[in-house]
Design a protein around this ligand. Sequence first.
Ligand code: IPM
Ligand code: MN
Length: 357
Amino acid sequence: MSKKILVIPGDGIGQEVTTWGKKVLETIADNYGHQFTFDEGIMGHVAIEATGEPLPAETLEKAKQSDAILFGAIGHAKYDNDPTLKVRPEQGLLKIRKELGLYANLRPIKLFDDLLQASSIKPEILQGADILFFRELTGDVYFGEKKRSEDRNTASDLMIYHKYEVERIARKAFEAARTRKKKLCSVDKANVLEASRLWREVVQELAKEYPDVETEHMFIDNAAMQLIKDPKRFDVVVTGNLFGDILTDEASQVAGSMGMLASASVGDKVGFYEPIHGSAHDIAGKGLANPLASILSAALLLDISFGLQEESQRIIKAVDASLRQGFRTMDIATKHTENQFLLGTEAMGLKVIENLT
Ligand code: IPM
Ligand code: MN
């Protein structure tokens, strides 16, 4: 198979971790006889520094020409501490999601057996949890009109959803539920928000086409609680952009660490794959970051964009084997477990490559 992959490392630890996602893809190409050609693009703080723009036209063009995109992370402490800055790294990510029509963000939450101790949740609550989130990615308060009064004392972000936006993400979630435990939980705040009432109406209507899927509706506040109380009760979850952002960071604890979670953003065109973690500037450049989320993003890329299920599973098995052998980056290391070896980004990446061959 011959494919073009664009790598966008982005900011902070994005640089270090995508190196390993890419190396894993190269190893798979060698092992299975595929031709993957790689190009690189800039986005985020690094792009602002180089060009003044968070998403340069050249990067967007390269993205449109590629068969899949592997992205790292975005953001810089400088902007977090100065909310008055107008040009911000995150705008790059939001723009590329919109421009590429990436309306569905899939975030699979699955705990590797050997990481049962790495979470702050009790092992007996976690064991067997397996959730697939569908976060809507191009609507909601993220993209609704933003306003600031002239005296700067009042601000608003419009929470807006159109029927077609809810329908297309919900359809993807229903279809996925059919291939799993046939359970779908739609999360909203329909007791308060009009946009959520539209959301619920559309999901209820669509549910009639999927009588084989058990559909439930849950308010976001309750869902946030249930996720920690009993993560096993969820199978497929579908929710809006903002609720999905928050809920999946919380759900990362069900997978042991943010450093383990990969995501796929898809729409009608090219797929975009990224860890759900941020740029982690506190550890950037120190070789401490966990490369596994980027490596697992590469696995999602092969599965979803290229239909290479066997190759994708091979990567997941190599990650599993590395964890079973006791190798840990600092975010997933647990003091009370023996036979663990603390590794940096590079050594961990190399272990996975070793286990791939
Ligand atoms: C994510 C991130 C982004 C988001 C930020 C960096 C804009 O938190 O992908 O979850 O809020 O969508
Ligand atoms: Mn987030």
